[in-house]
Design a protein around this ligand. Structure first.
Ligand code: 6U4
Ligand code: NA
Ligand code: NA
Length: 158
């Protein structure tokens, strides 16, 4: 039987959207990859509040006015657990990012992201995000967490 686990993913942009803040994940799921911030939604909190909390825990940034952009479903071969990732963006932050136990933060120029060291789905859905589209997508992975065997997506009208 399929089980869904809820996660958040937050992309922080600078004011003119030319730079995005990524973190090098130091532990756990996706370790060694540059990733947006986020994590598991805890019982009793909203997805939105979970996103705010994870960004604070992982980067020390306080954010407001998160915008919901996408829901992505990740399925791994031979694994009944589906990972539901709710993607938000914001430029409304206070403070400067600080390294945490989980993440080493770094600002990247949007055209110059380290795709060789990111989840391989990123290069598929980033163009949709950067063009301002809202979307849902499902990505099918082999168990190696590196090979994408297929995906489907649809755009959502705002
Ligand atoms: P712990 O270690 O228990 O504090 P937690 O921060 O709650 O963990 P974590 O880090 O395991 O959760 O959450 C995984 C993070 O990786 C979430 O922000 C979602 C994100 N993520 C998972 N699969 C992804 C993928 N294929 N592409 C992507 N982000 C992904 O861009
Ligand atoms: Na996390
Ligand atoms: Na976390």
């Amino acid at each position: 039987q399929e089980t869904h686990k809820l996660y958040t993913l937050i992309y922080v942009f600078n004011n003119d959207n030319t730079k995005v803040l990524l973190g090098l994940k130091k532990r756990g799921f996706g370790m060694g990859r540059w990733n947006g911030f986020g994590g598991k939604v805890e019982s009793g909190e909203s997805i939105y509040d979970g996103a705010i909390r994870e960004l604070k825990e992982e980067s020390n940034l306080d954010a407001k006015n998160l915008e919901k952009k996408a829901i992505m479903y990740f399925k791994f071969e031979d694994n009944p657990i589906i990972i539901d990732v709710h993607l938000y963006t914001t430029s409304n932050i206070s403070g400067d990012p600080v390294e945490s136990e989980e993440m080493l933060p770094r600002w990247y120029d949007v055209p110059d992201l380290p795709y060789g060291f990111m989840w391989p789905d990123n290069k598929i859905w980033h163009p949709w995000l950067f063009e301002g589209k809202l979307f849902t997508a499902t990505f099918y992975f082999k168990a190696d967490q590196t090979t994408i065997t297929g995906y489907k997506h649809s755009f959502v009208s705002s």
